[in-house]
Design a protein around this ligand. Structure first.
Ligand code: RUB
Length: 294
């Protein structure tokens, strides 16, 4: 396998690259670079190699359709180029996958543009894990002069909440940081919930995000608080596979007779989602499937 593809997969699996958008970006950039390095001697050989690497990158984390959808879109575009010249194909591959990787930041900016209007003075926004799409909405709201605070859950077992607390507090947003199990105690103080998402299950529109999102959505409904999701339509998928991660992330030492469950994500049904903030506007969960183009 190409060394850059191998490294990208290792970084994604170890969460050195974290969050759906960044996983997609790293996968696309790795394939763009690998395209230039390919030594395949024929068009067919080159396409086979690229297809195989795209599949491996797409499988690095099973709950990340943004990476898979965009890699598949890139392969469709690459096959449309009818050149037999491998040097030209290598450059086409680089251009296509690098170009796709550059679509992610503008999508996030569009989500921020759509979403910041939902944040009002006096809001206290509860968020979970580390989503650049959700953080983008909050940073934009802050830039537009909204005065609000955030409640950030630590996000066991890997503490991605620390990254969120850092990003928000650096921007001058007051942050209250709490353990995941304090969500129930804190929900009364929140005015709304805003989280990111790894996968929108179409057509129904349930959302898959970091484990712990579902109980927060249930609490939001119980307390009558809106539950918003910031998420690009490239995360739409027909199938859901929940990644099960190593028990060592939860318990450093094995305990005889104890089995550790460590699902990385959970599924929040569409009826608990107030709206999904996408690059194509603020949508009802069941409308996302119609808006996808990847
Ligand atoms: C990250 C996570 C994020 C989504 C969305 O989980 O659940 O909420 O990936 O992120 P992990 P983004 O840390 O296991 O990758 O908005 O940045 O795409």
């Amino acid at each position: 396998m190409d060394s850059g593809v191998k490294k990208a997969i290792a970084d994604i699996q170890a969460l050195r690259v974290q969050g759906a958008g960044e996983v997609a970006k790293a996968s696309l950039k790795a394939l763009a670079a690998a395209s230039r390095r390919s030594r395949a001697a024929s068009r067919d050989g080159f396409l086979r190699e690229m297809e195989e690497w795209a599949i491996q990158l797409g499988r690095a984390r099973p709950t990340e359709p943004a990476a898979r959808n965009m890699l598949a879109m890139g392969m469709v575009r690459l096959r449309e180029s009818d050149s037999q010249d491998t040097a030209k194909l290598r450059e086409a591959g680089h251009r296509i996958f690098d170009g796709l990787s550059r679509e992610i930041d503008p999508m996030r900016e569009r989500i921020a543009e759509e979403g910041y209007k939902l944040i009002s003075d006096g809001d206290v926004v509860l968020t979970h894990c580390h989503s650049r799409a959700a953080i983008g909405v909050l940073l934009r709201a802050k830039k537009e002069g909204r005065r609000f605070g955030a409640i950030v859950t630590e996000t066991r077992p890997l503490y991605q909440g620390l990254l969120t607390a850092r990003d928000l507090s650096r921007a001058g947003i007051p942050v209250t940081y709490c353990v995941d199990s304090a969500s129930g105690s804190m929900m009364g103080k929140a005015t709304k919930v805003l989280v990111g998402c790894d996968l929108i299950h179409v057509p129904a529109g349930s959302i898959v995000n970091k484990v712990g999102t579902l109980p927060i959505a249930v609490l939001a409904r119980q307390f009558g608080k809106p539950f918003y999701v910031a998420c690009s339509t490239v995360k739409a998928a027909e199938d859901v596979a929940i990644e099960e991660r190593s028990p060592a992330e939860v318990l450093s030492k094995r305990m005889p007779g104890v089995t550790v469950a460590n699902p990385a994500f959970d599924v929040t049904p569409a009826e608990l989602v107030t709206a999904i903030i996408t690059e194509k506007g603020i949508l009802r969960p069941e409308d996302v499937g119609r808006q996808r183009h990847y």
